[in-house]
Design a binder for this molecule. Structure first.
Ligand code: SF4
Length: 342
């Protein structure tokens, strides 16, 4: 019975937390904590990091309950999901075996649980991560959340190739993730269209002007055709605008026509790389840049910080020059905002 409870708890944690098999095995007693006022599991990041740093994974109430139960049945003095020995075997039990045992148990108990049969097929912990990635992606802003939860460094929303390439080893999943990201992008693009149609500003800069022109054309075409929102959706999908939503700006980089992308000017482009080089982004100069309403406070705050830094006594001249250049860039971005608001 203890094994069954532990197996079920393991499946629930693997399914809902996006943790790796190895990270679940690292969970210690008392690992459920509050992290930024939300329940979280504290464990050790096991992959790709030296020193196995401690990390937090946000969880929901059922996951917290599952860990509490697993903690109660665990015979290990410290670990919650330590491989227990089954009575009939001297082999240690791992994630794969716990999932297989759970499926066998769930299917053989259907007469009293009334649950649907879990179909034949191989189920492994990493598949839960991917499934959750797919499901989570159905919500706005999700790539940032996915990046945080999957422990990929999300440098830029909806443009982070690490999170996106999470399923790269599995072409089918990579395709599904790409599709989901496209769906998220389209949703946000449609929101912008709604704002523009309602007369609200959607942003600033040369990129924003291009987007507004396209939106105006769509509004006119839809009106001319007596179109409803479905016609508008169709026109939006056909609009030749590719947009990446970012932390510091949105980018209209078009792979079919990369001309004008400032980030690619004089750049050494890594072999096989397609798309913009976000680390070299120049929102102050690039015709693809859209400064969204949400970005303006960031630039305001950045400018104030830089000006304050300039007041520092005995700042080396070279450092001062770098700060001044940064202020000039921020001023150029904010000038795009002021231009439209005056
Ligand atoms: S400079 Fe920035 S806005 Fe322009 S293409 Fe590159 S990433 Fe996009």
């Amino acid at each position: 019975m203890l094994f069954r409870v532990r197996d079920a708890a393991f499946c629930l944690v693997a399914a809902l937390s996006m943790m790796r098999d190895s990270e679940i095995h690292e969970i210690r007693r008392g690992a459920v904590v509050q992290h930024y006022n939300a329940p979280a599991i504290k464990s050790t990041l096991d992959k790709g990091r030296a020193g196995r740093p401690g990390k937090h994974w946000w969880i929901t109430e059922p996951v917290a309950e599952a860990i509490t139960l697993a903690e109660i049945v665990s015979v290990h003095e410290d670990r919650v999901f330590s491989p227990l020995k089954r009575p009939e075997s001297t082999e240690a039990v791992h994630g794969d075996q716990m999932i297989d045992a759970f499926i066998t148990e769930a299917n053989s108990s259907r007469s009293w649980t009334g649950l649907d049969e879990i179909p034949d097929g191989r189920v492994r912990p990493h598949m839960f991560r991917r499934t959750m990635a797919m499901l989570t992606d159905q919500f706005p802003g999700s790539e940032i959340a996915l990046g945080i939860q999957l422990k990929h460094v999300a440098a830029r929303a909806l443009a982070n190739r690490t999170t996106l390439s999470y399923a790269a080893g599995d072409a089918q999943w990579a395709e599904l993730l790409e599709t989901a990201l496209e769906a998220t992008r389209f949703r946000r693009f449609k929101d912008l269209y709604g704002q523009h149609k309602a007369g609200t500003s959607i942003g600033y800069g040369p990129g924003a002007d291009r987007v507004k022109e396209v939106f105006d054309e769509i509004i006119s075409s839809a009106r001319a055709n007596g179109g409803d929102s479905r016609v508008e959706d169709d026109l939006l999908r056909k609009a030749r605008i590719t947009i990446r939503f970012g932390m510091l700006n949105n980018c209209l980089f078009d792979e079919a026509n990369p001309k004008g992308a400032v980030c690619l000017e004089n750049a050494v482009i890594p072999q096989g790389h397609t798309g913009p080089l976000e680390g070299r982004c120049r929102p102050d100069r690039c015709r693809n840049s859209v400064i969204g309403i949400e970005h303006v406070p960031l630039y305001d705050s950045h400018r104030r910080t830089q000006l304050k830094l300039l007041q520092t006594r005995r700042l080396p001249a070279a450092r001062k020059a770098i700060i001044r250049r940064e202020v000039e860039r921020v001023d150029a971005v904010l000038a795009q905002v002021n231009e439209e608001n005056t």
